[in-house]
Design a protein around this ligand. Structure first.
Ligand code: F6R
Length: 609
């Protein structure tokens, strides 16, 4: 949530900062601002709205600077407005700050600062930061920042510049991510690696309670208490092409189309057809430790939670281990059982989701076995969990998760096979059977994507509805949830998901001609039950669109629209059923003119509670 960018170097400052903000816009997009230092003076521009509005403002009122910082905001304290947009400043306008996170004790600090004579202009929690730094400033910015951050409670990543201590950007982190890219005679600081990729792939990751001082001559790091730290740059494998739209209208569409490759990349090097084996020694948990687990707890949020629900079926069916799944935002406050024989799996695309990270920390406190399934190497969750299983989806820019959902399912299927192998739950032929099924899937996905026009046509018939019901059973109930989540978040159409069998316990009362139902109905062990659910909807004048590989004739008699998928092993059908539900939501949202990649009120990485 919120994006931070800063630059010291030879390139055109405002272009670098604006370009960086555009690449960060998916983190927050209700207001934006920039501050540059020119000849010892701080010049700011701030606007309500998207980065394009800031770009416009800079065109009509250009600024130049030697170095500077900028921010795109997702409001927590204080409505989206120009005055609440970052950067915020101290009383004299000598110190400016951009911030990602929430300062929990800001009201108390604000009162103390007001009592000391500081004047405030905004409703934000952030504004207390420049004033607290001002209170401690004696000519050295990093020393003042070091003292100020120790007074702040909550989560924050900040970048600070000061006209009285020039040629430096000071950054600090406690919670949300902060990285420094090291280019040729240039440094770029950011809350995310994406904006750095056009400049460098050598990146230093700040850890919690660390401060960085970035100057034209170099960077140095220390702890909040002032202890100098040696930190090395790491080379990231992502490249700038991965974060371009590549001819697609939206990132979301591009990312949906990337799914066959994402699955191939996530399986690559981890399966062996000769031996029928899965190789996951990379995860960093010893085989003997995995062998002794008798229970798995999966903890996640949003789409990652839905992938976890599918992973539960994979793990229980393939590895024969009972799996519970919990929302991270609930689990973190729960008196959970400290089961030494359990593996706690944290699924997160970003690796920075505040609730998931907090739940992980609770589990770590009890010294239990933890593992991250994550898309971002070096993210907080990957650094703190004992084991890490990386999903190789590449950067996901669309706020609605799509390709990372597929990557998470792929990783969980691999994990299930790996544990089954360690625990000798099945023989080589059985494992090989599953591996071959997994390997076939990317090609089957391509078959669906090649017929995208028919899915688009189906979706366009449904653009004017205000409510939707999604039904699925067994391993496709989570896909129904994911379909409903995609539709709500990008098209703002109300959608609810239920296991088909639950419909008669209440939701059936909603069915009428104004409430269409999307049914996920691949041929599997519950297809007859799903067909009965479809009949129940039709008997109440509901319109039904089905995602299915069921015999055409049998299904088309019953439903209003069918989106066909190829044949697939019943356990792995979510890999295929997920794609039409993503596309269905996408085309409805795009046709309604919604901002598909940056839906209102959302942000890609939820780094606040
Ligand atoms: C929905 C979506 C969110 C995320 C959730 C968790 O399309 O993207 O629901 O899945 O915020 O994020 P991560 O996976 O980064 O922990």
């Amino acid at each position: 949530m919120c994006g931070i960018i800063g630059y010291i170097g030879q390139k055109d400052l405002c272009s670098v900062l604006l370009d960086g903000l555009k690449k960060l816009e998916y983190r927050g997009y209700d207001s934006a601002g920039i501050a540059v230092i020119q000849g010892g003076e701080i010049i700011k521009r701030r606007v309500k709205g998207k980065i394009s509005a800031l770009e416009q403002e800079l065109k009509s009122s250009p600024i130049r600077g030697e170095y500077g910082i900028a921010h795109t905001r997702w409001a927590t304290h204080g409505r989206p407005s120009e005055e609440n947009a970052h950067p915020h400043q101290d009383c004299k306008g000598n110190i400016v700050v951009v911030h990602n996170g929430i300062i929990e004790n800001y009201l108390q600090l604000k009162q103390e600062l007001i009592n000391q004579g500081h004047r405030f202009n905004t409703e934000t929690d952030t504004e207390i930061i420049p004033h607290t730094i001002e209170k401690h400033f004696r000519g050295n910015l990093e020393q003042a920042v070091g003292k100020a951050v120790q007074e702040l409670k909550g989560a924050f990543a900040i970048a600070v510049v000061c006209s009285q201590d020039r040629n430096k950007v000071v950054v600090a982190r406690k919670g949300p991510p902060m990285v420094v890219g090291i280019g040729k005679n240039e440094y770029i600081i950011s809350s995310d690696i994406n904006p750095l990729l056009n400049h460098t792939r050598d990146i230093v990751f700040l850890q919690d309670r660390e401060i960085g001082v970035v100057q034209p001559t170099g960077i140095r790091f220390s702890s909040f208490s002032g202890k100098p730290l040696e930190k090395k740059a790491e080379r990231v494998s992502w490249n700038p092409v991965m974060i371009e739209k590549g001819g697609y209208k939206h990132f979301m569409l591009k990312e949906i189309f990337e799914q066959p490759q994402v699955m191939r990349d996530t399986l690559k090097g981890r399966i062996s057809l000769d031996e029928g084996d899965v190789h996951l020694d990379e995860i960093g948990i010893l085989k003997k430790d995995l062998n002794q687990i008798s229970r798995i707890v999966i903890i996640a949020c949003g789409t990652s939670f839905n992938a976890g629900l599918i992973g539960k079926y994979f793990l229980e069916t393939i590895a024969g281990i009972p799996v519970e799944i919990e929302y991270a935002s609930e689990y973190r406050y729960k008196d959970f059982i400290a089961d030494q024989n359990a593996l706690f799996i944290f699924i997160s695309q970003s690796g920075e989701t505040a609730d998931t990270l907090a739940a992980l920390r609770e589990v770590i406190k009890k010294d239990l076995m933890t593992m991250a399934v994550c898309n971002v190497k070096n993210s907080s969750i990957t650094r703190e969990a004992k084991g890490v299983l990386l999903t190789h989806a590449g950067p996901e820019i669309g706020v609605a998760a799509t390709k990372t959902f597929t990557a998470q399912m792929s990783a969980l299927a691999l994990l299930a096979l790996y544990i089954a192998q360690i625990k000798k739950k099945m023989n080589k032929e059985q494992r090989l059977g599953y591996i071959q099924e997994l390997q076939r899937i990317p090609h089957q996905m391509e078959n669906i994507l090649n017929k995208v026009r028919s899915i688009e046509a189906a979706a366009l018939d449904f653009i004017s509805y205000s409510h939707f019901l999604y039904l699925g059973r067994w391993v496709n109930y989570p896909v129904a949830r994911e379909g409903a989540l995609k539709l709500k978040e990008i098209s703002y159409i109300h959608a609810e998901a239920y296991p088909g069998g639950e419909m008669k316990h209440g939701p059936i009362a909603l069915i009428d001609e104004k409430m269409p139902t999307m049914v996920i109905a691949p041929r599997d062990r519950v297809i007859d039950k799903v067909l009965s659910n479809i009949s129940e909807v039709k008997a109440r004048l509901g319109t039904v669109v089905a995602v299915s590989n069921q015999d055409q004739k049998e299904l088309s008699d019953k439903v209003d629209k069918v989106i066909n998928i190829p044949e697939i092993h019943e356990l792995f059908s979510p890999f295929l059923t997920a794609i039409p539900v993503q596309l269905f939501a996408y085309y409805i949202a795009a046709e309604r003119g919604a901002d598909v990649d940056q839906p209102r009120n959302l942000a890609k990485s939820v780094t606040v509670e």
